[in-house]
Design a protein around this ligand. Structure first.
Ligand code: DNO
Length: 357
């Protein structure tokens, strides 16, 4: 298991790289360049990022995310140009040692919450929160406004302004696209990129829908074991994998996370893991919890055991943390609670390794 940390680059991430390096057991980053979906990433910028990261003693073998342009998801003719850019980015990243590229195939929205800083009454910390009842009352444009207001001026992953500017038009275009059409477009994309990944030694890792059900009537095709079974067979290759996010899939209590990990782990189709906990508050209603099992509804010990048993060499990152100790930062991506999460997951891991040693 390689413990990693998501970092947004020194221009916009208030967390210094050396703080990340100081978290015990931290091996590297799930890093990114903040680029709009569809562009060919400039090599010099990635080389500079890699140099900075390596000089701190960290690796950058996982990139999150190279976002998929909406035209690819909608299957319109301009997709070929964006796919060509994607392929060129894959080749460039592989040349500089990247092994896994995380992405998602969610129409319009990446992850979605109705509150980015809901106070947790028990201890006064706050975390990301979702209640479908609030969503119904707000509608897509309102939720976008609220999310950008709550982001404290940080760009949020998947909520890039240029993408959101087109929101109304995009939502209308999706009215005629159903889940099977979206899956067909997904296959077209995978058929183009996966052979390149095989050639250059990179694995694509698809992040699940978050939350794990359809929203605003948009088609969503990656939120259950069955969905991902279809997805891995769209283009059958060891390079076509999942980024198995316990919190996203786990937002639906019907998803049994340890058995989903074992299922895809045994097939060698897990490229990376996001590990976090969720507290259920009702139907389609949850908040993000600390990583410790007893603070939420997922069993993190079972999750780490499933990883140990089936994909012991995978990349893991402590996913979203709460905001604690008055930290101000990008919602979900502060330093303190994610560092506590990494320490806890490392502790579970050490115990599992020794139990099985
Ligand atoms: C949210 C993240 C997602 C994820 C992307 C991958 O905080 O987990 O934004 O990185 O969906 O493309």
């Amino acid at each position: 298991m390689k413990m990693t940390f998501r970092w947004y680059g020194s221009a916009t991430d208030p967390i210094p790289l050396k703080y990340i390096k100081q978290i015990p057991g931290m091996t590297g980053l799930m890093g990114l360049l903040e680029k709009p979906a569809g562009v060919d990433w400039p090599e010099d910028e990635f080389v500079a990022l890699k140099k900075e990261v390596n000089e701190t003693g960290l690796e950058i073998e996982v990139i999150e995310s190279v976002n998929v342009h909406e035209d690819i998801k909608m299957g319109v003719p301009s997709r070929d140009e964006y796919i060509a850019n994607y392929i060129s980015t894959i080749r460039m990243l592989a040349k500089h040692g990247v092994k896994v590229i995380i992405y998602n195939f969610m129409p319009v929205f990446d992850w979605l919450r109705t509150d980015l800083a809901r106070v947790i009454p028990e201890d006064g910390s706050n975390s990301l929160y979702f209640d479908e009842k609030d969503l119904g009352a707000m509608g897509p444009l309102e939720i976008v406004r609220k999310t950008s207001e709550g982001s404290h001026g940080f760009t949020l992953p998947g909520w890039e302004p240029e993408r959101l500017a087109l929101l109304e038009t995009t939502l209308r275009q999706y009215e005629s696209i159903g889940p099977d059409d979206l899956r067909k477009n997904f296959k077209y994309f995978l058929d183009a990129v996966i052979p390149v990944c095989e050639e250059v030694g990179v694995r694509m890792a698809c992040h699940p829908d978050d939350p794990a059900w359809p929203i605003f009537g948009l088609p969503r095709i990656t939120h259950s074991l069955e969905d991902f079974d279809k997805m891995v067979h769209l283009h059958d290759s060891p390079a076509n994998t999942l980024c198995l996010c316990t919190g996203s899939l786990g937002s639906n209590p019907e998803n049994d996370i340890p058995s989903i990990i074992r299922h895809f782990g045994q097939m060698d189709r897990i490229g990376a893991m996001h590990v976090r906990n969720v507290k259920y508050l009702g139907h389609h209603h949850f908040r993000e919890a600390a990583h410790l099992s007893s603070t939420g509804d997922l069993d993190l010990y079972e999750i780490m055991k499933a990883i140990y048993e089936t994909v012991p060499d995978t990349y893991v990152r402590p996913d979203h943390g709460r905001m604690i100790w008055d930290e101000q930062g990008r919602p979900g991506y502060g330093l303190y609670d994610r560092a506590l999460g990494a320490a806890y997951l490392n502790g579970l891991w050490e115990a599992i390794v020794k139990e099985n040693g």
